[in-house]
Design a protein around this ligand. Structure first.
Ligand code: SPV
Ligand code: MG
Length: 425
């Protein structure tokens, strides 16, 4: 029997898939590689069904002898481990993945068999419905927890403060060393939301306005959202806000253990800032957890001990208390130029809690790469302010150039062509 291999996403199975599986099975013993969430997300939006469910479906289709995970769009790993005699694919595909596959097969005399792809309007309509489902709050909300369970790297989060930046986080992709990279989720930062409104980051932009920002982002994106909810306000207010953002489809809310007039953490002790007592903050976490309605939503406790120079032991003591009060994860913040204190925190926290997610914001210690953070036990990396920080100087420079030259020509060279901005959306 020849060894036959076929790759499939299996988020939506239609007659066309069944037909190709049937034809592939006629060629020999059929192994199907089901693309992992990570592999799918490298080239299209996340699948609606979980990986386990997709494997279960494919395993029960007649003709399929074996199901294995396919960890990337590329066939390199599969060819290495499986050495199939035949790889089956629908026709009409082009590009790098196909070229690479042909090269790999050529090396040992493997064959690529391409069967005609089935095009039906109803399949296309179904695809559009799936797109719409991704916008629904229930779908979006659960995605962060799913990613935490499935990715073998940190969840990569970028700030978004309006519809346009939301679209940048949603759509930006780069190809590096044969790997397609994209952001997994969005951070609705209090700093960026306030800055984009020309206001200081002191909880002056109220929750109603923050919700409007979230809504604006949600209207044009599908990726999960983590909300920076500052101190969370009074426990009584936090309860209401948890219900509202959870209902909107936000995946996680992060509250920081400060009290009084909150200032941005990156000021550290240069300004007057006060940390909340452990007891008070635990009460707030508990109030939020009581208000939460779904099992996917997460309340994450942000520890400001390192920011306010209260020491590592204080940070760990608080982390322990916050987790015991029900926090679904901890964010350890630091404004050190080196990652050392964050790494030390993680290693000691991991001795107490091997599985509770750790979130970091490496704004000041920005030389460390995602993989090293992952190896230190970190699950979520947030790029908290880079989009607004890059946009502001670009806009200012353009404004200055127009004032200097008293015309638009010189500035135009730094601008996106009119045609592109008109067709961007
Ligand atoms: C934010 O982005 O608003 C944050 C992170 O809270 S930081 O600015 O580093 O405090
Ligand atoms: Mg903030």
């Amino acid at each position: 029997m020849k060894k036959v291999f076929l790759s499939i996403g299996a988020d939506f199975i239609h007659g066309g898939h069944i037909a190709i599986i049937k034809k592939a099975a006629e060629l020999g013993e059929l192994t199907v590689g089901v693309l992992t969430d990570e592999a799918i997300m490298s080239y299209r939006p996340y699948p609606i069904l979980s990986f386990e469910e997709r494997v279960e479906i494919v395993g029960n289709i007649a003709g399929v002898s074996r199901v294995i995970p396919k960890n990337s769009r590329s066939y390199e790993e599969i060819i290495k481990t499986e050495q199939p005699d035949i790889v089956v694919h629908g026709d009409g595909w082009k590009g790098k993945v196909r070229e690479e596959l042909l090269e790999l097969l050529n090396k040992y005399g493997g064959e690529l068999v391409e069967f005609p792809y089935t095009h039906k309007t109803e399949y296309q309509m179904y695809e559009r419905h799936r797109e719409a489902i991704r916008h629904m709050p229930d779908m979006r909300r659960g995605m962060l927890k799913r990613l935490l369970g499935e990715l073998r790297r940190p969840v990569r989060v970028m700030e978004a403060h309006n519809g346009l930046t939301g679209l940048i986080v949603e759509k930006t992709r780069v190809e590096v060393e044969d790997e397609v990279r994209a952001f997994d989720a969005m951070w609705v930062s209090s700093l960026c939301d306030s800055t984009s409104k020309g206001k200081p980051d002191i909880e002056l932009v109220d929750m109603t306005s923050r919700m409007n920002t979230i809504n604006e982002i949600m209207e044009v994106t599908t990726k999960p959202i983590i909300l920076d909810a500052d101190t969370g306000g009074l426990p009584e207010h936090f309860e209401y806000n948890v219900r509202t953002v959870e209902r909107l489809g936000v995946s996680a809310v992060i509250i920081e253990d400060k009290m009084g007039l909150k200032k941005n953490s990156l000021f550290g002790n240069e300004v007057q800032q006060q940390q909340a007592s452990i007891e008070d903050f635990c009460e707030k976490i508990k109030a939020g957890k009581r208000a939460q309605q779904t099992k996917e939503f997460m309340i994450i406790a942000r520890i400001e001990s390192l920011i306010l120079e209260q020491g590592m032991d204080d940070a760990l003591k608080r982390a322990d208390a916050y987790v015991k009060s029900g926090a679904d994860g901890v964010m350890i913040h630091s404004r050190s130029k080196k990652p050392d204190e964050v790494i030390e925190f993680c290693s000691r926290f991991r001795e107490m809690y091997p599985d509770i997610p750790i979130i970091v914001v490496p704004t000041t210690y920005n030389t460390i790469r995602e993989q090293e953070l992952y190896e230190a036990g970190i699950n979520v990396v947030i790029y908290a302010n880079q989009l607004i920080r890059s946009a502001f100087p670009a806009m200012k420079e353009t404004a200055e150039l127009i004032l200097t030259t008293q015309r638009g020509k010189e500035a135009d060279e730094k601008c996106m062509p009119i045609k592109e901005i008109l067709t961007l959306i």
